[in-house]
Design a binder for this molecule. Structure first.
Ligand code: ACO
Length: 320
């Protein structure tokens, strides 16, 4: 039986830090409001494109795996902020790391993209279709934010995270997962091209449109149900879990989910205070950071939970 072992992980966080106080210099907001409502203190802002962030995270993950990039046979990039629509981000990564001939595509399930990609890549390895897969979550959200809108401008940040999955006989990797989408609620969160996108050109700004409290409720409920599903698939319970890595959209939401899933707060990986919501990059960044600082260790059982526009949702049990 083949498994998809995680052999490498890495991240890329742009060095430029934007604090809540920085935002308050041009928006009617405050550090107190942002911290108390979201848990976010600062976020990173990239001056380079999503492809570059993705490539750096990928190189770090490949170095950790000690793997020749030329041997990678599939690259999937989860992103909702590609530099261009065509060609995709994954092809830029393929070129820049030297993974010649690897299949390369982007996947957009909003903030759930990385777990969606991990779910698909794991199946591809288990069937024997692929052997060495590079997975990336990369976003440059600050590029598409409307900086006059305090409701959304304060929530997001830039960054990328990556993982290398390799075919292995060891019973490790994403052992069980559940992904879903509640399309009836697709209007609850949207990002469209703006009012002036028409056949004569594009000079508009992207329009983020979301109902925060509605997302909050649906996210907690959806992620908890997905986690339950994975517990049922595996026969495991909360007591068997060494860590929970939830999507980082709001600290209060994470705390609430932890209570519902009965995971103690010291087992929950939280870094939203430093990076804000980096959409599809939150899961691989959190995994890489927790792995590097020893919060999670080889042998651990890690539950991940994600949600995003669509509304997409998912959970997965990672045996590391
Ligand atoms: N600074 C100061 N005041 C603000 C700000 C701000 N940045 N943003 C909104 N406010 C004001 C509003 O105008 C409103 O004022 P009013 O009462 O005078 O009308 C008041 O604060 C309360 O606004 P709410 O939207 O009700 O605030 P809420 O407590 O719901 O927090 C938030 C909003 C943080 C978005 C929360 O609902 C949330 O985290 N939701 C889930 C995550 C989410 O939706 N993320 C965005 C989508 S991305 C994703 O990951 C799916």
């Amino acid at each position: 039986n083949k498994y998809a072992e995680i052999t490498g992980w890495g991240k890329c966080l742009p060095p430029a830090v934007m604090t809540n106080d920085d935002l308050a210099t041009f928006l009617d907001t405050s550090d107190e409001w942002i911290v108390s409502r979201t848990g976010i203190s600062e976020r990173r802002v990239s001056h380079v494109g999503t492809s570059k962030l993705a490539t750096i995270a990928a190189k770090n993950a490949l170095a950790a795996a000690d793997l020749d990039p030329a041997s990678i046979d599939l690259i999937i990039v989860g992103t909702c902020t590609p530099d261009e629509i065509i060609p995709n981000v994954a092809s830029a990564v393929q070129r820049d790391i030297g993974a010649k001939d690897a299949a390369a595509f982007d996947l957009n399930a909003a903030c759930s993209s990385f777990l969606y990609a991990m779910h698909m890549a794991t199946q591809a390895i288990r069937t024997g279709a692929h052997q060495r897969v590079l997975l990336i979550g990369a976003e440059r959200l600050t590029r598409i934010l409307d900086w006059t809108k305090r409701e959304s401008a304060v929530l997001f940040g830039d960054g990328a995270g990556a993982m290398v999955l390799q075919a292995s006989d060891k019973e490790t990797g994403l052992l069980a997962s559940h992904i879903s989408c509640d399309a009836d609620a697709r209007d609850v969160l949207s990002l469209d091209f703006g009012l002036s996108f028409d056949r004569f050109g594009f000079d508009g700004i992207m329009q983020f449109d979301f109902v925060g409290q509605e997302i909050f409720k649906r996210a907690v409920k959806g992620m908890n149900a997905a986690v339950e599903n994975v517990f049922q698939q595996t026969g495991l319970t909360t007591d068997d879990i060494d860590a929970l890595i939830p999507h980082q959209a709001n600290k209060r939401l994470i705390d609430y989910l932890g209570k519902l899933c009965k995971v103690p707060s010291e087992k929950t990986v939280i870094n939203i205070q430093k990076y804000g919501n980096t959409s599809s990059a939150t899961l691989p960044i959190a995994f890489a950071e927790a792995a590097d600082n020893g919060t999670i260790k080889p042998g651990d059982k890690i539950m991940s939970a994600v949600f995003g526009g669509g509304l997409t949702c998912g959970a997965g049990l990672i045996q590391w």
